[in-house]
Design a protein around this ligand. Structure first.
Ligand code: GLU
Length: 490
């Protein structure tokens, strides 16, 4: 890459599952890097593995990326539509002598790495130990012709040099040198005519002029093979940046055992995309100080590959919830209104007036509720009484705050006092309730708690008098009346 060339990076998911936390973090790092550098992000769907791919998952991956707010500049490209290019590259490698046709059957290739085997995707760790070169490597032209005559369709293997080392630079893990003797003669093109991951990824990264490959550290062990392919194709390898793995709290690789791993399930659970971005960004990257709450523009501003750590990151659900709380509470309320609107629509509570004539009420009410929220679902959950008359009294709240035997007498009086309030505002409600408590010789808290349960159904909710203003006089009075028969008298 020349110094005035803008970086080109790619996110290259295989549609073998949903977009999971690790993939989303890789996508995010690529996006942050591209944004920071003014570069370009490509999206490439690696769908050549017909046995493992599920084409119907592609849409879900795009939806999850869009939810995360990750926009790609080019693509999506589909490897399944580029097979001819991989075959042409294989021809080139064969012609140069850097590859050979292998006619072995699965069992015949003692390396356990046969022409027919489904090889390539993900971690190749461990195969190095059994690396052998296939006997087809040195077939005489006559023997090859004989095999061809038998009608065996060969796989094409890379002729890995037996000596020397393969070197590459990794922006995170530093310089790496791998003994070629440890690298097997890996397959480039399967006997089915479909490419392996190793081949297609390199052909595409060259063709798409990728300058930086930012991906999970599980691909570190694939990199020497890919570097060999670059060389064989006469191309300079790009800069690699392998990002550390994400582990569960027990330090094993993050999996379903640790809870939800798909991005979609976090969207459904009521996490905000920006909170999720902030959380993901700090899994394996650090801004260099101890800042944690970093809005997306700050992440873009501060992101650099030098801040990516080699140490595996731990997925901490409590931390994710902390971020969500921050993003529900800290940004200007206008920013979260669309999310609350979507949540209320989802739960059938939304009223169009809140988007128009009652926008101000809506914003104010969300602002009142949000200091006590953790997930978007809280707006239609514990706070639903702000948006509908259809709510229940929490049993523990009833048991605790409606048990005083004076309440059946006090509450009707409170209703009367509140009915007399003409200017329905915080201070007037406050004065009316406290005045009554004083004249009845009871603590204001008794009436405050009982009223809160009556009008929002919960023991823990926003401050009472503000709640009363948000709900309005008519609603408060009618809810207090509705509660009367439910307050036990002795
Ligand atoms: N399709 C590969 C994966 O999902 C991408 C690997 C790469 O980025 O080179 O792991």
């Amino acid at each position: 890459m020349t110094s005035n060339q803008k970086p080109r990076v790619r996110f290259a998911p295989s549609p073998t599952g949903f977009l999971h936390v690790g993939g989303a973090r890789t996508a995010l790092f690529n996006w942050l890097f591209a944004k920071h550098e003014g570069g370009t992000l490509l999206l490439r769907i690696e769908d050549t593995d017909v046995e493992r791919n599920k084409p119907e998952l592609v849409d879900g991956i795009l939806v999850a990326l869009r939810w995360l707010g990750i926009q790609w500049d080019e693509g999506p490209f589909f490897q399944s539509q580029r097979i001819e290019m991989y075959r042409a590259a294989t021809e080139h490698i064969l012609a140069s002598g850097a590859g050979y046709a292998c006619y072995c059957k699965a069992a015949a290739y003692t390396g356990g790495d046969s022409a027919d085997e489904n090889e390539g995707e993900g971690d190749d760790e461990g195969k190095a130990a059994k690396a052998v070169a296939c006997s087809c490597r040195d077939l005489t032209p006559e023997r090859r012709a004989a095999k061809e005559k038998e009608g065996i369709r060969p796989a094409i293997r890379f002729r890995t040099p037996r000596t020397g080392t393969t070197h590459f630079e990794d922006a995170v893990f530093g310089p790496r040198d791998v003994q070629n003797a440890e690298i097997e003669d890996f397959v480039l093109l399967r006997s089915s005519g479909l490419p392996t991951y190793q081949l297609s990824v390199v052909v595409d990264d060259i063709d798409m002029r990728i300058t930086h490959i930012i991906r999970g550290a599980d691909h570190l062990s694939n990199t020497p093979k890919q570097v060999l392919i670059y060389k064989a194709l006469g191309a300079e390898p790009p800069i690699f940046a392998h990002v550390p793995l994400i582990l569960g709290p027990d330090r094993t690789r993050l999996s379903k055992r640790h809870g939800a791993t798909s991005v979609g399930s976090y969207a459904e659970e009521g996490f905000l995309p920006e909170a999720f971005r902030n959380f993901l960004a700090l899994l394996g990257w650090s801004p260099g100080d101890d800042s944690e709450y970093l809005r997306t523009n700050e992440l873009i501003e501060r992101f650099s590959l030098s801040g990516v750590s080699r140490t595996n990151a731990i997925f901490d659900r409590a931390k994710l919830e902390w971020y969500n709380t921050q993003y529900l509470q800290k940004p200007p309320v206008e920013e979260i209104l669309p999310y609350v609107e979507a949540e209320l629509k989802r739960s059938g509570l939304w009223q169009e007036a809140w988007a128009s004539s009652e926008r101000e009420w809506f914003a104010h009410t969300v602002d009142l509720i949000r200091p006590r929220t953790r997930l978007l679902g809280d707006f239609s959950g514990w706070a639903r009484a702000f948006f509908t008359d259809d709510f229940d009294y929490e049993p523990e709240a009833r048991a605790k705050f409606w048990k005083d035997e004076k309440l059946p007498l006090l509450m009707p009086k409170l209703i009367k006092a509140l009915e007399a309030v003409t200017d329905w505002n915080h201070d007037a409600c406050d004065a009316s309730l406290r005045g009554m408590a004083t004249s009845e010789g009871v603590k204001a808290g008794l009436l405050i708690n009982a009223t809160r349960v009556a009008i929002v159904g919960r023991a823990v909710a926003p401050p009472l008098f503000e709640t009363m203003v948000a709900l309005g006089k008519d609603r408060v009075i009618s809810r207090l009346r509705r509660a009367l028969p439910a307050i036990p008298s002795r």
